[in-house]
Design a protein around this ligand. Structure first.
Ligand SMILES: [Zn+2]
Length: 477
């Protein structure tokens, strides 16, 4: 029997990993095994601990990985898979590969740094605290990546092939259309990865990519994300309130701290700040982008302009590279980062990780959260259990590097920057399907979001929808 097994992003939004097994051959040989995405679990400890468990299929018996995009919850477990013995190809678009080149190495580096910190301060129950993988493991995994352009057919085995189509979620992001021959039947599977927003300046202001997710799809089995399965994004322009929040913070003599994913989200945000400054809506205060990959991230963002909307291209040609803007500093070394930490004057600090699960943002928040003059601005999704989620929900304190830090800074939340389609947009996209899938499995959602999207799809389209469970195996042929 051919099957899919949901090894992550089932019952939660992180750790995306879906194993396809083409089924046992007539001679008893195990089937061809492909992993769609290989993400890291983030957030609640019960999920994070699963990063340390082996997969049910030994890593060396997995034949290939097909990667939808470069977010850590989709690619962050790849170095661990390679460390465990995987030696097959990892297929991704060129932009995804470029992004993984900095994101995975940064992740390895951060894990080593965190383990060192815990060992030095003896704040881990594990003695010694170990990194999930190292910078060297991450670098080593990059040799297995193979670029596949959008819409080009790629054979995986005699029975299996796939094609990337646009997901319009982040730079390089794709959905995977997979064709499989099993038991004399041909089956068409569609894995959405994360689904981007429609391209509409009003509905999704500041969206950098051109177009929306690929329309007119058809599949026997659809595996679909449901992050915003119970939500509708606000459609108002976030800029006036953002400008007000920044002005008020500056008037108090405070600093604005923005946890943000270092690639694309940060670049989109700095272009918005530049526009607000040039139009006089906010004062020209220093802006710091503090990430070890800050400079390379800008270079990749500028390099892949083929994926952008006309408006984004116009912005880039008008303002040029953010690396050349006066007053904008991109910090790569830890010395540069420490200097930002010492700054006493009003400024804007943008740092990763976006959900405060690791990285330099932790140092900035540990220092700035106790002071009510400062403001923390959230511009991205915060998964339950992450420090970002705790701070955003109005908790009085949060644990950072083993210490409880009081939260007295102001908190401002903007949902408009989301790179995920909301429920009306997801339904709108499903309506473009040319045929009804035999079955749809919902993944990548909190249980309440997946359950509500299931009901909405059943009601709106009358489709057979199931919510996937962690480790569940479903037959596909
Ligand atoms: Zn994503």
């Amino acid at each position: 029997m051919a099957y899919i097994q949901f090894l992550g992003a089932a019952g939660t939004v992180t750790g995306s990993k879906h194993l396809i097994n083409s089924g046992t051959d007539s001679d008893g040989k195990n089937g061809f095994q492909v992993l769609i995405d290989c993400g890291m679990f983030q957030g609640l400890k019960e999920w994070r601990e699963r990063n340390w468990q082996d997969l049910p299929a030994p890593a060396r018996e997995i034949d290939a990985v097909v990667l939808t995009h470069a977010h850590l919850d989709h690619c962050g477990w790849i170095p661990r898979l390679v460390k465990g013995g995987f030696r097959g190809p990892i297929y991704a678009t060129q932009a995804t590969i470029d992004l993984c080149g900095i994101i995975l190495t940064d992740s390895g580096h951060l894990q080593e740094e965190d383990a060192r910190f815990y060992n030095k301060h003896k704040k881990s129950k594990h003695d010694p605290a170990l990194p999930l993988y190292t910078l060297a493991d991450a670098e080593n995994s990059l040799q297995y990546f193979r670029a596949v352009p959008f819409e080009q057919l790629q054979q995986l085995s005699p029975q299996m092939s796939f094609r990337f189509v646009r997901a319009a979620h982040i730079l390089g992001s794709s959905m995977v259309e997979l064709a499989l021959q099993a038991n004399g039947q041909s089956r068409r599977l569609l894995f959405t990865g994360d689904i981007g927003r429609v391209c509409d300046e009003k509905a999704s202001p500041g969206k950098a990519l051109q177009g929306g997710p690929q329309e007119g799809e058809a599949a026997d089995v659809l595996v679909m994300e449901s992050t915003y399965g119970n939500r509708q994004h606000p459609t108002d322009d976030p800029r006036p309130r953002l400008a007000e929040v920044i002005r008020e913070t500056v008037q108090r003599g405070g600093t604005v701290v923005v946890p943000a994913f270092a690639v694309e989200r940060t670049q989109k945000f700095v272009f918005m700040l530049k526009q607000l400054m040039d139009s006089g809506q906010i004062p020209k205060i220093p802006v710091y982008c503090d990430s070890p990959m800050a400079i390379k991230a800008v270079e990749i963002f500028i390099k892949h302009s083929e994926e952008y909307s006309d408006q984004t291209r116009k912005l880039i040609s008008q303002y040029g590279s953010p690396l050349t803007w006066p007053g904008f500093t991109f910090a790569s070394t830890s010395e540069e980062s420490k200097k930002i930490n010492d700054s006493k004057y009003p400024s804007i600090i943008i740092s990763s990780s976006g959900m405060v699960t690791g990285g330099r943002i932790q140092h900035h928040l540990a220092q700035r959260l106790p002071d009510p003059k400062n403001t923390v601005v959230f511009i991205g999704f915060q998964a339950p259990g992450t420090r970002g989620f705790i701070i955003k929900s109005g908790a009085p304190e949060v644990k950072i590097f083993g210490d409880m830090v009081p939260i007295r800074a102001q908190i401002a939340v903007f949902e408009q920057f989301s790179d995920h389609a909301d429920t009306p947009e997801l339904l709108k996209w499903l309506h473009t399907f040319t045929q009804k899938p035999g079955v749809t499995y919902l993944v990548h959602g909190e249980p309440s979001a997946s359950a509500q999207l299931k009901d909405a799809i059943a009601k709106d389209l009358g489709w057979n929808v199931q919510v996937a469970h962690w480790m569940e195996k479903v037959q596909i042929g």
